[in-house]
Design a protein around this ligand. Structure first.
Ligand SMILES: NC(=O)C1=CN([C@@H]2O[C@H](COP(=O)(O)OP(=O)(O)OC[C@H]3O[C@@H](n4cnc5c(N)ncnc54)[C@H](OP(=O)(O)O)[C@@H]3O)[C@@H](O)[C@H]2O)C=CC1
Ligand SMILES: CC(C)CCC[C@@H](C)[C@H]1CC[C@H]2C3=C(CC[C@]12C)[C@@]1(C)CCC(=O)C[C@@H]1CC3
Length: 336
């Protein structure tokens, strides 16, 4: 028996930690595929994994989730290499040009909302988004739409009558309904594209379960907590990595008040690992699985209900299908 696992954004942070943890479990016949945009960093990640696990089967795949043509050719390649896919971890993500509201942060520190602020970053973060060469909003394309397209393209490998497969999204506690607008799913008009894209992934996961459970495909979302990675370092660009390291005692102290401060990619990957061991039929499509770390440093996974509804998830799914068909048509026209 083989178990085929594909991880997007696997060359650093939480994605790479997940790969290390999967290999350390010594799963029989594990075939790991690192799907990455930057092949130089992907090679480095593969070498590091093979140094620790010399007999492991680790393959690389070029994939830029922000590009429709890249997703289509990557999926084509996956279908040539494998005849099934057991786990698809949709982890690649960006939060470009984050703007940290210092005033709101200090106001929040002395309010009753302080724990929520540290757990979710709510009210203190906005971003400036860009447009891709294919005309999509970059955060939407990278975090959500590219992954949606990947699932659609890999349907023949994910949907088997006798076997189940799991699609697992790295969402966030920063996913808020208030940042999402069904009339503007790409978030052209707001300044919280990251939050919007993560809320959309929570909705999409529900819609995927509605559509695909009968065909053996199950989708779940996780939140890794607050993890120190290149994504979070960029929130305070004036803070070099060394300053973050000096702040670690303070961050460990805050962890006594909010177990969402998982801090290391290893801890952040806890819920991703937990899902790997679950039978998908036992999972609740309306909960998010949170990686948490206690004040004493123990990791665990907790299910928390999401603020999502079936009707909105269906409406989003219909819009994504429409966008997919428009973009494919444009791509075909370009090729003719
Ligand atoms: N760190 C945190 O506190 C939290 C993180 N998350 C989520 O966790 C996930 C992983 O982030 P994290 O490990 O923190 O950050 P990293 O920046 O370390 O990892 C992000 C990964 O995504 C990849 N990626 C970015 N854009 C693309 C693209 N267009 N195509 C393919 N791959 C891409 C990056 O590759 P490259 O090297 O090419 O840039 C990198 O491997 C993200 O989805 C993030 O939103 C959620 C909640 C909290
Ligand atoms: C210097 C420290 C004592 C305080 C750090 C304050 C903030 C920079 C962080 C507190 C909570 C963090 C957080 C995120 C980014 C950094 C914080 C705002 C995220 C928004 C990063 C991306 C996510 O998906 C969720 C995170 C929630 C918590």
């Amino acid at each position: 028996m083989t178990t085929v696992v594909l991880v997007t954004g696997a060359n650093s942070g939480i994605g790479l930690a997940l790969c290390e943890r999967l290999l350390s479990q010594d799963v029989d016949g594990l075939q790991l595929c690192l799907a990455c945009r930057n092949m130089r960093r992907a090679q480095a990640a593969r070498c590091a994994l093979l140094t620790s696990f010399p007999t492991a089967q680790v393959a690389l795949l070029q994939l830029d989730t922000s590009s429709v043509s890249s997703v289509i050719s990557a999926a084509r390649e996956v279908k040539v290499r494998y005849n099934r896919l057991d786990y698809l971890y949709l982890n690649a993500g960006i939060m470009p040009n984050p703007q940290f509201d210092v005033k709101a942060f200090f106001k929040g520190l002395f309010s009753s909302n302080v724990i929520t602020m540290f757990a979710t970053g709510e009210g203190i973060l906005t971003q400036k988004d860009d447009v891709t060469s294919e005309g999509l909003r970059e955060v939407f394309a990278t975090n959500l739409f590219g992954h949606f397209l990947l699932i659609r393209e890999l349907e023949p490998l994910l949907c088997h009558e006798a076997l189940t497969s799991q699609v697992i999204w790295t969402s966030s506690s920063n996913a808020h309904r208030s940042a999402f607008n069904l009339e503007d799913i790409q978030h052209f008009r707001g300044n919280q594209p990251y939050s919007s894209s993560k809320y959309a992934s929570d909705l999409l996961s529900l819609a995927l379960n509605t559509r695909y459970n009968k065909q053996g495909l199950y989708s779940s979302v996780i939140c890794p907590g607050f993890v120190m990675t290149s994504l979070t370092y960029s929130v305070l660009p004036a803070f070099p990595a060394l300053l973050w390291t000096l702040l670690m005692p303070l961050l460990w102290f805050i962890r006594f008040f909010t177990n969402t401060f998982t801090l290391t990619p290893y801890n952040g990957a806890e819920a991703l690992m937990w899902l790997f061991g679950q039978s998908p039929e036992s999972l609740d499509p309306k909960v998010k699985y949170h990686s948490l770390t206690s004040g004493l440093g123990n990791n665990y996974t907790q299910a928390r209900k999401m603020d999502i509804d079936l009707e909105t998830s269906e409406a989003l799914y219909a819009k994504l299908l429409q966008l997919e068909s428009d973009l494919k048509m444009k791509l075909e026209e370009k090729q003719i």
